[in-house]
Write a protein that binds this ligand. Structure first.
Ligand code: DGL
Length: 275
């Protein structure tokens, strides 16, 4: 049997499955291992130190599983933990393993969607408060105006399977209107949380037809493809048997029950003990 050295995809819970889904669609030949830290989700309201500690544990666990490359498919973890992992942790292990996030690749492209140069960002409180998007976007599109709004209840709506319920409309309307109140010229809204694509249909009810709604799955998939092309030394370490493994730190029964709406097809998970 050939070596299993999968690309690791990490999220605080289920949301990263919306990203993995697009990655697998674009690059089905690679092996992937998904880790959802459901037992400790949501991350969006947690401190920098806590998100760093949890994300680092998860990264170490994925490295132990043989991943040469890990994608933090979680905006909150990318905002609060990625830089420190890249600058402080990776140099200490020194064997060329890489960890990438979702903020930089999204920032690199978001300016191409807008005609008014005004972009709205919807994310968790952690992502918004970190200011990661305005900082990264400004480096690439200095003229772009970035407006942010935190939606603290949206992840819970999705995690509790209430994303299609009439009650969800109240919070979605309130948050979308709060963002748009900052500027009537926002013509592009980024869903900067991996859970939010499930709310897309409802969000569209509260924006006009000329406002583009951008989800990250396809952006991250195409940026990963490009990264592997530019880094053949990493690409050749990634095994290619088309295998997928799913791990959760919480109940596998719950994970398997809820994953389908995120991944688009049934998932069978294994319990992961990170300690
Ligand atoms: N998946 C996370 C993100 O993209 C949000 C979920 C959480 O708060 O844990 O920000």
């Amino acid at each position: 049997m050939s070596k299993f050295s999968p690309i690791g995809v990490f999220d605080s819970g289920y949301g990263g499955l919306t990203v993995l889904r697009q990655i697998v669609k674009s690059m089905p030949t690679y092996d992937y291992i998904y880790l959802g830290d459901n037992a400790r989700a949501p991350y969006g309201t947690r401190s920098f130190d806590t998100v760093y500690e949890y994300t680092l544990q998860s990264v170490k666990w994925l490295f132990q599983k043989g991943c040469p490359l890990i994608i933090l498919a979680c905006n909150t973890a990318s905002a609060k933990a990625l830089r420190t992992i890249q600058q402080k942790f990776l140099p200490t292990i020194g064997n060329g393993q890489r960890v990438l996030g979702v903020i930089r690749p999204t920032a690199e492209i978001i300016g191409n969607y807008t005609k008014t140069n005004q972009v709205g960002i919807l994310g968790t409180r952690g992502t918004v408060e970190s200011m990661s998007y305005p900082i990264e976007v400004k480096k690439i599109f200095p003229k772009l105006k970035v407006f942010q709004h935190a939606c603290p209840l949206w992840v819970s709506l999705v995690e509790n399977n209430e994303h299609s319920s009439p009650g969800a409309d109240y919070f979605i309307k309130k948050d979308v209107e709060a963002l748009l109140a900052d500027s009537p010229e926002i013509d592009t809204i980024l869903l900067a949380c991996t859970h939010y694509p499930l709310l897309e249909e409802k969000i569209r009810r509260y924006i006009s037809d000329n406002v583009k709604l951008v989800s990250q799955g396809e952006i991250i998939a195409s940026s990963l493809e490009n990264y592997l092309f530019r880094h053949p030394e990493i690409e050749k370490k990634c095994s290619k048997n088309g295998q997928l493994q799913f791990y959760t730190t919480d109940s596998t029964l719950d994970f398997d029950k809820h994953s389908t709406i995120f991944f688009g097809k049934p998932v069978v998970s294994i319990h992961a003990d990170l300690t």
